[in-house]
Write a protein that binds this ligand. Sequence first.
Ligand code: MG
Length: 301
Amino acid sequence: MEGFEVHDRRFAHYVLGNAPLELLASGFRWVEGPVWMGDADCLLFQDLPRNRTMRWTEEAGVSIYRAPSDYANGQTRDRQGRLIACSHRGRCLYRTELDGRVTRLVAQHAGKRLNAPNDVVVRSDGTIWFTDPLYGIQNDYEGGRQESEQPPALYRFAPESGEIRVMAGDFDGPNGLAFSPDERRLYVAETGDQTGDAPRQFIRVFDVSPDGERLSGGGFFHAVSPGYCDGMRVDEDGNIWSSAADGVHCISPEGQLLGKVLVPHRVSNLAFGGVMKNRLFIAASHSLYAIFLNRRGAHWP
Ligand code: MG
């Protein structure tokens, strides 16, 4: 099949022979953080180094949603539909309320500033889980160099109580993350200390306690190659769709590579969207792509 690599026959059922990869827009510096806004029938995504959040619609194409974005990166929506974004420059998470006001949600842990929140998901109990590596404060391109005040970590933030808790602190560079459909597993990309010679780069899998209060495990799940997993999403069957240097890789819940959607540029992040949740939006270098799949995203968004 043109445009795909099938490594397992299951994958042949996940893609559609007459649904090729579509280039939606190009000319950005580096796109990130796609999130589908079904009620507004649009995709929001970042042109991160340009300090803008962009909007794409089928009818009108691309326009600016927010500028400046405070160098926002990963995005998601909470259970009330509010947009939550990770800000490199602001070293915080911020939330766009339903009336449009912007609320700074969390910027500190243990009295010290966060590094540069990178990616974020919301559990069904309303808790906000996010990664906080150093990448966004290590250069002037994606927000500006700043001093780190604490080690990289995976956090759980409870917006009702304001409690922030380290769920895993043994990361060199925690990055994209996604819950399994039943939320009993959490996948987190370790993209390593990218200032080092041989960064640790693989997806880790944690078991989540039923009440969502504790993690266990956290071992190796899958190493994406070529490249590494930056952002990922999970489909209705629990497969992980991961960014890679050559496109989007589909990985089974057992950690097996099932197939690839080939993309001409390195992929940073992705999101399911569209009315049927069966359209995968792909942020890849300076371009935004999309492809219809024969699978739906597990979570909304
Ligand atoms: Mg990322």
